[in-house]
Design a protein around this ligand. Structure first.
Ligand SMILES: [Zn+2]
Length: 170
């Protein structure tokens, strides 16, 4: 997957450059913004909120704005496991929500595959603090359905890898 890297400048508010060893992927969502607009907002020097994410994804692109092994303040749990042990992934929806959610599922599957994690490592922001986030996935059975999409994408990656290994062994 193409991931654009536009890292935020190092600062105590957004990117304190504290090393973390992530064990979870925390899913967030925000309506009415694109990944690029969110990046601009986070990068604005006047923005002194201690809030950031590792990855921003919308229907068109994926932007990494903090390296995945550095702390980002996204979980709202201070020094808890949300901030200190998880990758913050924000799904930005502003048009075609279905496409944005599908792209986010593929990205999440890639991360699981890369780290060797199961879908149990994928959690809602709500797990760390009592907020209605990711709102785009919390109604009805949306979350479970989306996780099944993540699982299917992950299996596809594993299968492709298996085929590559088989070809290599010929
Ligand atoms: Zn959130």
């Amino acid at each position: 997957m193409d991931i654009l890297k536009y890292h935020l400048p190092q600062s105590s508010y957004k990117r304190p450059t504290i090393r973390i060893a992530p064990r979870y992927i925390t899913i967030h969502s925000e309506a009415g913004c694109t990944a690029r607009a969110k990046l601009k907002e986070l990068a604005a020097e006047a923005d002194l909120h201690q809030k950031s994410y590792h990855l921003l994804v919308d229907e068109c692109e994926i932007i990494e704005c903090i390296p995945l092994n550095e702390l980002a303040y996204h979980a709202g749990d201070g020094r808890g496991s949300g901030n200190y042990s998880s990758i913050g992934l924000l799904i930005c929806t502003s048009g075609n929500d279905i496409l944005a959610l599908a792209k986010a599922a593929r990205l999440t599957a890639c991360l699981l595959y890369q780290y060797g994690w199961s879908t149990e490592a994928v959690v809602q922001h709500n797990r760390w603090s009592s907020v209605d986030c990711p709102k785009a996935l919390r109604q009805g059975c949306k979350w479970h359905k989306w996780l099944r999409d993540v699982e299917a994408e992950k299996r596809r990656l594993e299968k492709a890898d298996e085929i590559r290994r088989l070809i290599h062994a010929l």
